[in-house]
Design a protein around this ligand. Structure first.
Ligand SMILES: NC(=O)C1=CN([C@@H]2O[C@H](COP(=O)(O)OP(=O)(O)OC[C@H]3O[C@@H](n4cnc5c(N)ncnc54)[C@H](OP(=O)(O)O)[C@@H]3O)[C@@H](O)[C@H]2O)C=CC1
Ligand SMILES: Nc1nc2c(ncn2[C@@H]2O[C@H](COP(=O)(O)O)[C@@H](O)[C@H]2O)c(=O)[nH]1
Length: 327
């Protein structure tokens, strides 16, 4: 394939500014029939989101996807969100128990507004069958399916009934899929996103590989409607990962959903654990992300997120950081 690049290889080209202040720029996005403050969603991973964070995000106008690693808590989570007047957004896998769970929700008339089918290799009959099953039993849920990395996969999952697809196989910070299997979009996630977006007729969530706030704007430019982020959301005061102290500094753990720490065994491990420096509060990061994205919109010469989709870009293959540290 020609034109293979990743986030680091791209710079967006500024267009004439039409606002007098960055605060005039609107970062909101419509996704699945609801409006959210940012086109950003914290990864549905156990060290990134828990019930408390989900409530905070939903109450404050942000999108969230709850992880699927406490399956027994999901029905009560949906009930709790609904009792609070908030939307419910959960994840499922594709094993037999998950079919029973969807049937149970349908029997109890408990419809989550968003359901994400979350497996490593989403271009599979297992995912297609699960999409069809959810659409039959919970037709009002907005179904996000993934993860995939090719236009064929996007088309097939959309054709099966997915309302959005999630793109990214292996670009994650705690991912070792690329090393263990030799496959994935690691190292060319942004180009893979562009490739997939050209085939998509429904929204795409770009998942993995975001290392700076500028990467959010780049994802929007190359076709994402929403951007899923793990590592940048790890290490906050509110983050569920364990806190540790080393040499007088505080860190929080961040581990992969396919790591032995998640699975409890060393079988088909495709993820690792790392420690992220403590970052302060999640709220402050979300505010900074919004301000940075407002600035991106102003550089794009607009006052809406859409302006970013039309900007020109250059490929800067020798790294835009020129040997500097990011921060
Ligand atoms: N975005 C990414 O790059 C990746 C993300 N992950 C995350 O890790 C978590 C665990 O993922 P996953 O292992 O799929 O979840 P599960 O362990 O729930 O597996 C889901 C089902 O898919 C099967 N399966 C998984 N991988 C493959 C494959 N490569 N080929 C054929 N069948 C497969 C599993 O069977 P069996 O286990 O017997 O093969 C199982 O039946 C998820 O949250 C996922 O998002 C994991 C890897 C990559
Ligand atoms: N290959 C693996 N990918 C994983 C695993 N756990 C999560 N993920 C993916 O990473 C992103 C987050 O990426 P980041 O660069 O923002 O940190 C997450 O949304 C998943 O798609 C794993 O164990 N292996």
């Amino acid at each position: 394939m020609e034109n293979v690049f990743d986030y680091e290889d791209i710079q967006l080209i500024p267009a004439k500014c039409i606002v007098n202040s960055r605060s005039e720029c609107d970062t909101t996005i419509n996704f699945g029939g609801r409006q959210f403050k940012l086109p950003v969603v914290p990864a549905n991973m156990q060290t990134i989101i828990d019930e408390k964070i989900a409530i905070y995000l939903a109450e404050n106008g942000y999108f969230y996807i709850m992880h699927r690693f406490h399956p027994e808590k999901r029905a009560s989570f949906i009930k709790d969100m609904k009792a609070r007047g908030l939307f419910a957004s959960i994840s499922v896998g594709v094993k037999e128990d998950e079919y029973q769970f969807i049937k149970q929700l349908s029997d109890e008339n408990l419809t989550p507004e968003y359901i994400t089918i979350d497996i490593a290799h989403g271009h599979s009959n297992a995912v297609i069958e699960m999409i069809q099953y959810i659409k039959k039993h919970l037709p009002d849920s907005f179904v996000i399916a993934g993860n995939v990395g090719t236009p064929e996969a996007v088309r097939e999952l959309e054709h099966a009934g997915a309302d959005a697809t999630k793109v990214g196989i292996g670009p994650g910070k705690v991912c070792i899929t690329k090393i263990k299997t030799g496959f994935g979009t690691g190292g060319w996630q942004l180009a893979a996103l562009r490739w997939c977006a050209k085939a998509a007729s429904k929204p795409i969530i770009a998942d993995g590989g975001i290392r700076t706030h500028g990467d959010i704007a780049k994802s929007i430019r190359f076709g994402a409607s929403m951007v899923m982020i793990g590592s940048l959301f790890a290490g906050h005061e509110e983050s569920p990962g364990e806190t540790v102290e080393k040499d007088g500094k505080t860190y929080k753990e961040y581990f992969g959903s396919a790591s032995e720490f998640q699975k409890g065994e060393r079988k088909n491990v495709e993820g690792k654990k790392m420690y992220v420096e403590h970052k302060g509060s999640l709220k402050d990061t979300l505010i900074e992300m919004e301000q940075d994205l407002q600035s991106s919109i102003s550089y794009a010469g607009g006052n809406q997120l859409e302006a970013i989709r039309n900007v020109d870009y250059v490929i800067v293959k020798n790294s835009i950081f020129n040997g500097d540290k990011v921060y």
